[in-house]
Design a protein around this ligand. Structure first.
Ligand SMILES: [Zn+2]
Length: 629
């Protein structure tokens, strides 16, 4: 069920965004806007503003912004329909009947049914763990891991008895049909008909959604000779793999408060850390980290400490996680617990301690042995991801051996290529070149050209990162969009001059396309329209800032001056694109020369001359425009 779109639009017009925000923060009028200290980040001077005319809020400090609904969703941590309801109540607008979106509704109903069954199963498993005779084996296991009763209850751990049908019988007694049980994923269907309980003789870890509802389970075997250590729920209407993070329902507030998350691999890693009071943690749930999980995490923090196990599979998983996180613009540190400079460590702690730490590759073992304080200290030693990546690449390789050196470079470059911030990218590149002892200037230049264009050019980067993440646009791009968004008459003059090549490559391309479409169809260009058109693209986060900043830098009412600025920005964008093509050509020419392809080389050189000529013609027109990264 959802509210009719017309109602949502009417409500947005009727709801006074200033009045709604006023319920949460003390606003003061300043010019056309209202200002306050931002409720989403700590500050002393107000940078949070509300524009009644544009019907948006925006913080110049933390860059949060959006409609009145976004504000309520953020403040109250509620879903979109719930925010609509709250805004309607605050504005005294009666709510209409929900409309029936039958397919959506059917799917939602199926998911709710599975969750309902999961709730019953979980309550029963919890009971089994707490008091059944058979549950003793699980209680002993937890005792051995020093997991307290309080922690067990917080995470709602359970025990599934070693039986083929005990849970099914219990559920049928509650009046659940066999059909529903089959759909829930709690049983495994047999080919010859009938089914049996999926989780048997296992410690149960429920996976909760962000609201704390059980959507799936992980089960750890308690028998030594079972090769399948962990067993997980299959996908069901309530659960799609790779879209949830274990523990986030309990840890999200701490993650937001501390402004970073610790990413661990397993259920127990997170649970043990939590018990020791470290509560800004999420677990990626065994399988490789996905970009959906990273996007979910990005709602709460943009910094992460990757803390996977120190054994080879753990290191491999950490490398994968770094690539996915980098593609979403996270700031990443890596903590490997069994890594220590042996020499220094032995002198400080003695040999036996060294041997002990070396064998402690798993996080929850470490924290149980050494305690939370030791963990906090080690966490301070977390290294920037680039250092971790280079260290790993140099492991078991000798830099004086050319083949080894080349392999190490191959290992490292993809991690620099995915970095979107140009300055940071150059910094990482220089660190890598220094550490890998690459001193030849020509080689360095070639390597730089091979990665500077970003992920689009690379086949070695994971597919997840091919999707454009939120990137800071260049100054020219930003200014041009600000002007276009603010001035209708400028749109009429300038948009027809745009060629697809002018914006296709830019991270803000979806906004340009939305503008062109709106102009073509005579739509009102406002936050509502633009955010609908740019939809899921992370770049839509920029909209409130672009719409608001024009107010801050109003150039008076001189449409001619504005047009000149806009043209200059456009030319600066074209210039940047030419520069990129020219430097690409340059490295292609170098490669052709090395391979002795004279004919190809000549062709490329002619092309380069043509581009350079075009560049020179453009240069005076793009001048005086500061070019961003
Ligand atoms: Zn803020």
């Amino acid at each position: 069920m959802r509210y009719p779109q017309t109602f949502v639009e009417d409500l947005k017009r009727q709801a006074d965004i200033v009045r709604v925000v006023q319920d949460y923060v003390q606003l003061k009028k300043k010019g056309a806007n209202w200002m306050a200290c931002c409720p989403f980040h700590k500050e002393k001077t107000p940078s949070f503003s509300v524009s009644p005319a544009k019907e948006i809020f925006y913080c110049f400090g933390c860059h949060k912004g959006g409609s009145v609904f976004n504000f309520v969703m953020e403040m109250e941590r509620v879903s979109f329909p719930e925010a609509i309801k709250l805004v309607a109540e605050k504005s005294g607008v009666p709510l209409p009947k929900l409309i029936d979106d039958s397919r959506f509704e059917a799917r939602r109903q199926e998911a709710d049914d599975v969750i309902e069954l999961n709730k019953w199963a979980l309550e029963w498993w919890e009971q089994q763990l707490e008091s059944s005779a058979e549950g003793r084996i699980a209680r002993d296991y937890l005792k051995g891991r020093e997991i307290t009763d309080e922690t067990r209850k917080t995470f709602r751990l359970g025990y599934a008895p070693d039986s083929w049908d005990a849970l099914s019988i219990y559920l049928r007694q509650k009046g659940v049909s066999q059909d529903e049980i089959d759909r829930s994923g709690l049983v495994v269907k047999k080919e010859e008909g009938g089914s049996y309980d999926r989780f048997r003789g296992r410690l149960i870890f429920p996976v909760m959604d962000i609201q704390g509802k059980p959507i799936a389970f992980g089960g750890r075997t308690l028998s030594k000779d079972n090769p399948a250590k962990y067993l997980n729920s299959p996908e069901t209407p309530a659960y799609i793999k790779g879209q949830n993070l274990f523990g986030l329902n309990l840890t999200r507030d701490q993650i937001r408060k501390q402004e970073f998350a610790i990413l661990v691999e397993g259920f127990l890693d997170l649970i043990v850390l939590h018990q020791f009071g470290i509560r800004n943690v999420v677990a990626s749930l065994g399988t490789a980290l996905t970009s959906e999980q990273v996007k979910l995490l990005a709602r709460f923090a943009r910094k992460v400490v990757v803390n996977y196990d120190g054994d080879p599979p753990g290191v491999q998983a950490a490398r994968k996680a770094i690539e996915i996180l980098l593609a979403q613009d996270f700031e990443i540190k890596v903590l490997v617990l069994n890594k220590a400079d042996p020499d220094e460590f032995i002198r400080e702690h003695g040999l036996s301690e060294y041997e002990r730490v070396q064998t402690t590759s798993s996080l929850n073992e470490f924290i149980r042995k050494h305690g939370a304080t030791a963990y906090m200290e080690r966490r301070g030693e977390a290294q920037p991801h680039i250092k971790f990546v280079i260290d790993q690449a140099m492991r078991d390789r000798t830099l004086s051996n050319p083949a080894d050196k080349e392999a190490a470079i191959e290992d490292v470059l993809p991690f620099i290529r995915v970095v979107r911030n140009h300055i940071q990218k150059r910094e990482y590149f220089d660190i890598a070149m220094d550490t890998l002892q690459i001193n030849d200037a020509t080689l360095k230049r070639e390597l730089w050209h091979s990665i500077r264009m970003g992920p689009g050019k690379s086949a070695r980067v994971t597919p997840q990162s091919s999707r454009r993440a939120y990137v800071k646009p260049t100054v020219a791009e930003e200014r041009l969009l600000q002007l276009l968004l603010a001035h209708e008459e400028l749109r009429r003059v300038l948009l027809p001059k745009l060629e697809p090549g002018d914006y296709d490559d830019l991270p803000t391309a979806p906004i340009f396309r939305a503008l062109l479409e709106g102009e073509r169809e005579g739509k009102a260009i406002d936050f509502d329209f633009l955010s609908r058109k740019t939809g899921d693209d992370p770049i839509s986060e920029l909209l409130p800032g672009l719409l608001m900043s024009e107010l801050e830098t109003e150039e008076g009412d001189q449409s001619e001056a504005r047009e000149v600025t806009a043209e200059r920005c456009l030319n600066a964008l074209r210039l940047m694109r030419l520069d990129r093509s020219i430097s690409d050509l340059r490295s292609e020419i170098a490669a052709a020369q090395r391979n002795g392809e004279t004919e190809h080389c000549d062709k490329l050189a002619t092309e380069q001359i043509e581009l350079t000529r075009r560049r020179e013609a453009l240069l005076p027109r793009a001048e005086a425009m500061q070019i961003g990264n």
